[in-house]
Write a protein that binds this ligand. Sequence first.
Ligand SMILES: [Zn+2]
Length: 159
Amino acid sequence: MNSEHKRNQNQKLVEQYDPRCHWCRQFYLKDQLTREHLRPKSKGGSNRMANLRLACRKCNQKRGNKPFPPEYTPTWKDVFQLGFLFIWDHGGNEQIVNLCLAHLKSNTKYPDTPFPHGHVPTWKDIFQLILLFIWDMWEHGLIEASSFVNWIEQVQIQN
Ligand SMILES: [Zn+2]
C-alpha cells in the first residue's frame, strides 16, 4: 500500500470516527493516533476500511493481537464485527454478508431474516448466526477457522 493511500485512509478514519481512540474513547491530536486493525494483520486482517480504526499508542500496545485490550468491555456488536470481518476476508457467503451489512446499516428490523417474523434480532443473535456460519464452512472444509474460533472464544462478554 502506498503512503498516499494510507494518508487518505487515515483522513477518512478521522472524519468517520473523530480523532479519538476506538478503545478508551479519549481525543488525541491526529498524529498521536495509530491505525488499529480490528482483525490484527498477524491474524489475517486486511487493510480495508471496515477493518481499520484509530487507537492511542497505549491501547494499541496493550491490546497486542488479542481481540480487545484488557480494560475494554466488549459488546456483542464488537465480537460480531470480528466475525463479520473474518467472513468478509474469506469471500464469505454473499447472502449472509448482505444480511449482516443490512443489519449494520439499519440495526433494526429487515426483511428475509432467518428469525421468526416480528423478532428483532439483537447483536448477540447475529453474532451467533455468524459463528454458526463459520462453523458450517469450517465443517465443510471451505475455510480453516480453528485459529479464529480459538481467538474469539477467549472473549468474555458481560450482559
Ligand atoms: Zn486508547
